[in-house]
Design a protein around this ligand. Sequence first.
Ligand code: ADP
Ligand code: MG
Length: 600
Amino acid sequence: MSTVIHHLPEEVANQIAAGEVVQRPASIVKELMENSLDAGATELTVLIQDAGRTSIQVIDNGCGMGPEDLPAAFARHATSKLQSADDLFALQTMGFRGEALASISAVSHASIRSRTVHETVATELSCDGSQLGQPKKVAGSIGTTITAKNLFFNVPARRQFLKNDAIEFKHISETFTAIALAHPTLKLQLKHNGKDVWLLDAGNARQRVAQILGKKANERLVPVEEYTDVVKTEGFVLRPEHARKTRGDQYLYVNKRPIRSGYLHRAIVEAFEGLIPTEHHPAYVLFLAVPSDRVDVNVHPAKTEVKFEDERAIYAILRSAVKRALGIHQVAPTLDFETNLQQHVDLDAQPIPAAPSIQVDPTYNPFHATPSTRSKGYTSPSAGATARESFDFFAPPSSPNSSQGAWDFESTAGTDTRPESSGFCVFLAPHFAVSSLKSGLVTVHIPRAQKHILHQELIEALHAKERLTSQTWLFPEAFEVATSAHWSDWVDILPRLGFQWEHSSEGLNMTAGPHFLAASEAMDWLHDLLRAAPEEEEKALETYVLARLDHWSTTAPIPTGGDLQTLVDRLFACENPWTNAQGKPIARILDGATLAAQFA
Ligand code: ADP
Ligand code: MG
């Protein structure tokens, strides 16, 4: 390796900088929207194709750029917003590094179309992978349109690193809403693949929060206002009784910049202490204003982290501001006539839904037949017995690894383990089935078998082979998508797990869930699932879903008669009917050799 030090070519330097600035499509959306804000735009449209892989376009009606400024806009460290290092400590704008457009154009086919009040036509300039094109005169109104196409076309590794469209678009939508909340007077639109995702009229802070958190949020908001020399706190928290199990709407800003701070988040959570159940999360939209010389936003190009001079003071002030707001508005568990009234009004405004008709299939058994041929109805179980996993499998008299080998999976390979259809299947209390095989008997631990079959169904559903059978609910359950940060990640997976829904003016009405859960359990399961984004790796998703299932499916009725045989048949249709995921036995063979050992 040579030791000659040389300057990196501009292109390479831009690509390296792009690695930090452009982490994913949402980073581009953020930078472009911030540029439009800095340009004084009052209307802003964001058009996305394929979660930003194919195209990201931001259209504003801001001040625009003159034709002579366009090439400079693409240059690195070129900015109109900062002249000296001193300016860094008195930032009034979102951008200041002059890195965004250079970085974006280093990793995409970028173009700017812009026009100021001084021109009659717009100018367009492209920049593909840092290669500037020729400026062209084009028609266009005052303002700026910046387009980034074919993201990472020249960095295949980065392109492959992108998550699926649902995840990438979720990040875009979150970026959009975070900015929208801080700029209520801005008229905003977000479209994905030609469809409107957000259409936000200009309004005041409260209206904007209600637009984003959902219509119902308006009456649930508690205003927070606290002015001190160190920090000015403004915004809203959601009344504690509306805290949700999913950690969704938590927005914190410093000088109108969305920030991430586990430290300050804790101050807010502390203010809610004792008011919300554990495992619930407060929702908040809070704006901190700090004199710009007391805060450093120059920590990271993505600019979501900040450093305060008086971090501990801000913590204490924020906590007491939220506490005081909750106190003033008497959200401690006392009667609140105002809210009750509001809810009443709300109910009146809603047409009373007609009770859906139910179809009951009296012959239905969830363990009967194959998933695809099962009917959609559901009926109460025919057998009263309820089996629980807490019963222990009886200890087999011979060791599982005994030389007879009849108890262990390997050595059953030569045995014909298919239960005989002409044979018998009987129930042995507390929870065993004994079924005949061609070459002996098989004993089955029924609860484990039921769970194992369910696992198998779920795994197949997750791998999109077979949908889990749905059970339609008598009363739909309301679900607010806005409260779930991870909804868009799960939206494709949930129907496979048996969930169905309809869109309502308020959000969603969940109408059906997986066949083995009651509506309330299914809703709890849903909230539980939505706590995290599903992992890309199918294995991880499987583990996550199954772990959450185990909590909800511990009890199932013991089937009787032909259903018991069906259960055994279905168990033996599973890949490994012998042991469950925890390594515990589900089925064991009882053959002559084993009996001989018992009678020895
Ligand atoms: P920064 O925002 O840090 O200055 P950028 O690379 O994002 O750096 O933008 C470079 C320059 O391009 C800005 O300083 C601004 O002068 C100009 N610019 C970018 N976007 C717009 C826009 N939407 N309207 C007007 N000017 C813009
Ligand atoms: Mg910028």
